[in-house]
Design a protein around this ligand. Structure first.
Ligand SMILES: NC(=O)c1ccc[n+]([C@@H]2O[C@H](COP(=O)([O-])OP(=O)(O)OC[C@H]3O[C@@H](n4cnc5c(N)ncnc54)[C@H](OP(=O)(O)O)[C@@H]3O)[C@@H](O)[C@H]2O)c1
Length: 251
């Protein structure tokens, strides 16, 4: 079974930076035409330029995923660039710290709109055409925190638990129509430059000392898992939760 994504089209939300940028880069490297998306056009243009420089195919569609309307517009604009979307990666996320009593309604809404509502309405917009074609892939980027009691990030961890439940519901509902829905759960991941900047910081050491891997992950390591689930090599994966977390999710 092939890991090639040649001839496929992909929409990767939150690909102006971080993990999403690595996902967009790797999907393009494997042959997909990628729609890069996020709020920041300059960072989106940089992601697109890097992909094109490596002879990949990419275009940027700006979107703030705070409302169902903007999500629908993103789906429409993405489709108008590539004709159709074969692979949807729900990666955009926001993860503010805060206990339940510290979290304002505004912050709560930002977390749930970006992490739950946007994937929900993107699936509603894009999956029907995948069903018609009898083929398509959705990969949701969750978190090791989804299954943990995380009092200092209660809104965030509960939003990822909601996304995990949606992954299961969608996998069950759409799998028989040829649409596979799976999830990747990263642990603490930082870009190489940031890892170099914080080397020696005791707060960083406290995080890595608690991990079986004894280090932070890299965006590319999460991207590899997403690219696998997006490919035909994962044809029998339905409703899978792939932890790429250095062991952070272990009890
Ligand atoms: N890094 C980790 O340690 C870690 C661990 C577990 C899970 N995760 C998950 O992995 C995913 C990516 O995380 P990351 O670390 O790469 O985060 P990041 O570096 O902060 O990047 C987040 C991306 O999401 C986009 N985004 C945020 N809010 C948005 C909005 N309202 N509308 C549209 N785009 C929005 C940002 O683009 P703009 O700023 O251009 O809008 C950016 O491209 C998230 O779902 C996160 O929960 C990360």
């Amino acid at each position: 079974m092939s890991t090639s994504l040649s001839g496929r089209t992909a929409l990767v939300t939150g690909s102006t930076g971080g993990i999403g940028r690595a996902i967009a880069g790797l999907l393009a490297e494997r042959g997909a035409h990628v729609i890069v998306s996020g709020r920041h056009a300059e960072r989106g243009a940089q992601t697109v330029a890097d992909i094109r420089e490596a002879e990949g195919k990419a275009d940027f569609v700006q979107a703030d995923l705070m409302s169902a309307d903007s999500v629908r517009t993103l789906a429409e604009q993405a489709r108008s660039v590539t004709g159709q979307i074969d692979i949807l990666v729900n990666n955009a996320g926001t993860f503010p710290e805060g206990t339940t009593t510290d979290t304002t309604e505004e912050v709560f809404d930002a977390v749930y709109n970006t992490n739950v509502k946007a994937p929900f309405f993107l699936v509603a917009e894009l999956v029907p055409a995948m069903i018609e074609r009898g083929a398509g892939v959705v990969v949701n980027v969750s978190s090791f925190a989804a299954d943990k009691a995380a009092p200092d990030r209660a809104a965030y961890s509960s939003s990822k638990a909601a996304l995990n439940n949606l992954t299961k519901a969608w996998a069950k509902q759409y799998g028989p129509s040829g649409v596979r829905v799976n999830s990747v759960a990263p642990g603490p991941v930082l870009a190489e430059e940031i890892q170099a900047m914080i080397a020696g910081d005791p707060r960083a050491a406290a995080v890595t000392d608690a991990l079986p891997a004894r280090r932070f992950g890299l965006p590319r390591e999460v991207a590899e898992a997403v690219a696998y689930l997006a490919s035909d090599a994962a044809a029998f994966a339905h409703g899978a939760f792939l932890s790429i977390d250095g062991g952070a999710g272990l009890a």
